[in-house]
Design a protein around this ligand. Structure first.
Ligand code: AMP
Ligand code: ZN
Length: 465
């Protein structure tokens, strides 16, 4: 069996990955807050963990991996978008409008992530469906002395958990010095964080032993992972921006509620997608959405390829040039892979080894280049499918239209022969320009003229040539 190695953020070391139960390898990824379209940065953890999911399924068997990714559907930003709609006269109660907004956003999220070739997780729990589990966990934490209720709030007592800060390698005192912790009258200590808070008047809330309110963000993941994966599971993933405080708080809650279990054994953090050296984020305003790129005609496979070219633990930029090159490479590979008819072929072992080495996707892509050179068509096809870069068929955007351009090639060759004698190349240039304008790639060499339909090929523009 392939031995997977992962860099575990918890130990800060690369380790052999050994699942708790090879019959059911369990993985949790913090999902999106569903108030708006996902930006390109939000797609990075999805593509990275999709690659890990595919690798785990390959090694342990398709039915032996459980992947959970939540939807945070209770949040101030969701409320704000619904309120704004209500103010502009939208029909329905605020609850209806909130529900509409989250449903709509989840639909967009699915469409965008599907376009990137990401498999749907086995479970996509919505926070609002697990409020009961969150309340139960909070009550347990209070009973065990790790949390306290005050003024309608429930706070986690950070100093009650000795190992707090171990994941990010900071002491509580360092964190207080460095972080913008909120001092509030209902807190025993500024580091204590919210497990439950009262809802503002007119906003959605749930009945609880502490009054009508709603959960804090961190408890959502602790409760949902416990319900769906158990008190201990294999891998917990998310962007490095979530390591502190979100993941630190998840660990504190889960380990204090279930001290007998270890919560997540391996932690995997992806680095950020950046724009001019800064994290792409909604709050900085330096973002574009996955949908923006798709609408510009950049195929999902191209976006995925660009992500895979950089190791997940390195920051990366999106550039138009990377997209152009990725498109050209994929087009070349699809052309080769199209000849592969052996459906029993397996993905290339060197690609599996590269991925097993802490998800070295850049090396996996390098190995695909080797395969393409070796002209191993069936293996290339199986490998591209495994990497999520193609489905059963070559994507429509890359399929070469079935047109016969030989008459036009002959005509261009004849014009060129005449021009060699007359020294008047204008007719050659004119035909060449018209072909290029119709999306045809024109390759002229001593050997002859070759015409190939390109990406923007439009047969209608050939009429009259
Ligand atoms: P959020 O909705 O902000 O909680 O983000 C959802 C997921 O996207 C989390 O796993 C974040 O770590 C991740 N994320 C947010 N911004 C970026 C970025 N610029 N690059 C990579 N991942 C990001
Ligand atoms: Zn989380």
């Amino acid at each position: 069996m392939t031995q997977i190695r992962l860099r575990n953020s918890k130990s800060r070391k690369e380790e052999d990955f050994t699942p708790i139960d090879p019959q059911n390898v369990r993985i949790y990824l913090c999902g999106p807050t569903v108030y708006d379209r996902a930006h390109l940065g939000n797609a990075r953890p999805v593509v990275v963990i999709d690659m890990l999911y595919r690798l785990l399924r390959h090694v342990y068997g398709t039915d032996h991996v459980t992947y959970v990714r939540n939807f945070t559907d209770v949040d101030d930003k969701i409320n704000a978008t619904a309120l704004a709609r209500k103010e502009t006269g939208a029909e329905g109660t605020l609850e209806d409008l909130i529900r509409q907004r989250t449903e709509e956003t989840i639909g967009w999220y699915h469409a965008d992530m599907d376009a990137l070739g990401a498999l749907r997780p086995d479970h996509e729990p919505r926070a609002t469906d697990y409020i009961g589990a969150m309340i139960a966990m909070i009550e347990d934490l209070i009973t065990k002395g790790h949390a306290y209720a005050k003024e309608g709030h429930v706070l986690f007592r950070v100093r009650s958990y000795q190992a707090y800060g171990a994941l990010s390698g900071r002491s509580v005192d360092d964190m207080i010095a460095g972080a913008r912790v909120e001092v509030a009258p209902f807190k025993e200590d500024p580091m204590d964080f919210v497990l439950w808070k009262p809802s503002d008047a007119g906003l959605p809330g749930w009945d609880s032993p502490w009054g009508k309110g709603r959960p804090g963000w961190h408890i959502e993941c602790s409760a949902m992972s416990y319900e769906l994966l158990g008190a201990s599971f294999d891998i917990h993933a998310g962007g490095i921006d979530l390591q502190f405080p979100h993941h630190e708080n998840e660990i504190a809650q889960s380990c204090c509620a279930h001290p007998e279990a270890g919560f997540a054994r391996y932690w995997l953090h992806n680095e950020m997608l950046q724009v001019e050296g800064k994290k792409m984020s909604k709050s900085l305003g330096n973002f574009f959405t996955v949908r923006d790129l798709l609408d510009q005609g950049i195929p999902g496979e191209v976006i995925r390829f660009v992500f895979l070219q950089t190791h997940y633990a390195k920051p990366m930029d999106w550039t138009a040039e990377k997209a152009t090159q990725a498109g050209a490479t994929l087009r070349k590979w699809y052309k080769i892979a199209a000849q592969g008819v052996d459906n029993a072929s397996k993905p290339y072992v060197a690609v599996i080894s590269a991925l097993a080495n802490d998800l070295n996707t850049a090396e996996a892509i390098a190995q695909c280049h080797q395969l393409a050179h070796a002209d191993d068509v069936s293996t290339l096809r199986a490998t591209l499918q495994f990497l999520g870069l193609m489905g059963t068929d070559i994507p429509a955007w890359a399929a070469t239209p079935d047109v016969d351009l030989s008459a036009l090639a002959d005509k261009l060759a004849a014009l060129r022969a005449t021009a060699m004698e007359t020294k008047d190349f204008a007719p050659v240039d004119a035909l060449k320009s018209a072909l290029v304008a119709a999306g045809v790639e024109v390759r002229m060499s001593k050997a002859g003229v070759e015409l190939v339909p390109g990406s923007g090929f439009d047969a209608a523009k050939l009429e009259g040539l």
